[in-house]
Design a protein around this ligand. Structure first.
Ligand code: MD3
Ligand code: FE
Length: 234
């Protein structure tokens, strides 16, 4: 497979609008869809990184296993997760927080590999956020049927920093809401290789993921993996 080729027609979702600003970037594998004032889908942006990225994710999972965390309300999440970076997101009956150690092993989380840092930085820059310096990468694993209910991400110390998310494997419908849980949501289809960057005002919108439809992905089998890069500490 030529990883530098543009995404196949079949992998493309409907284009909402493309910003002329990005049209002449050399080597851009796909278009850019704006889904909010400061939220952008970079179509296929991660495709050139995937061959190198998958073995890095395997190695992270060997050292910090995928687990299903319990929410403060006592529900077990359908999404399995792990982390890399100097901080990792954890949840238990006490609440949500970032922790420098993996509570299962008592060890620090695996380091953020340079290639993953580069992917996150390049994507943030393409969306207009310079000098993104993430210290946490949350790696979510969705089997068919797994979902993420509407929530806000507000545990990070610097809410001015963007979040970069990389979608791999099975397609998903991302729900992008407003600033109140009850606000209407926009459905954003995401496919393998898409990268989404959220910043500014859009950073605090409610969001979630609809249940993943049963299917097999040619590289990842019956899984969707989503890596979200965050600046969680100071
Ligand atoms: C939009 N993950 O881990 S992408 C999460 O696909 C999370 O696994 C989803 O929501 C997933 O918290 C969605 C990441 C994402 C992260 C933060 C956001 C999207 C966001 C903050 C504001 C708006
Ligand atoms: Fe989130």
């Amino acid at each position: 497979m030529n990883l530098l080729a543009p995404p196949k027609k079949s992998e493309k979702t409907q284009v909402q609008y493309t910003l002329g600003l990005f049209d002449d970037l050399p080597g851009a594998p796909g278009g850019v869809r704006a889904i909010g004032g400061q939220a952008f889908v970079l179509e296929g942006f991660a495709l050139p990184y995937i061959a190198a990225l998958l073995p890095l994710l395997d190695s992270i999972k060997r050292r910090a296993q995928i687990r299903h965390m319990v929410t403060p309300g006592g529900f077990t999440m359908s999404v399995g997760l792990t982390n890399c970076g100097s901080l990792g997101w954890v949840s238990d009956r006490q609440g949500y927080r970032y922790s420098a150690v993996d509570p299962l092993s008592g060890e620090p989380w695996p380091a953020l590999p340079p290639l993953m840092l580069e992917l996150a930085r390049e994507a943030a820059q393409k969306a207009g956020f310079e000098h993104f310096d993430p210290d946490a990468c949350l790696i979510n694993h969705y089997a068919p049927g797994a979902r993420m209910s509407l929530h806000q991400d507000r545990d990070e110390k610097q809410l001015g920093e963007p979040i970069v998310s990389v979608s791999l494997g099975l397609p998903a419908t991302f729900l992008f809401g407003g600033f109140e849980r009850s606000d209407r949501t926009q459905r954003v289809p995401l496919v393998h290789g898409d990268v989404v960057v959220w910043g500014g005002a859009d950073r605090l919108r409610f969001h979630g993921v609809l249940p993943i439809k049963p299917a097999e992905h040619s590289l990842l089998g019956p899984w969707r993996i989503n890596c979200t890069f965050r600046k969680a500490g100071h």
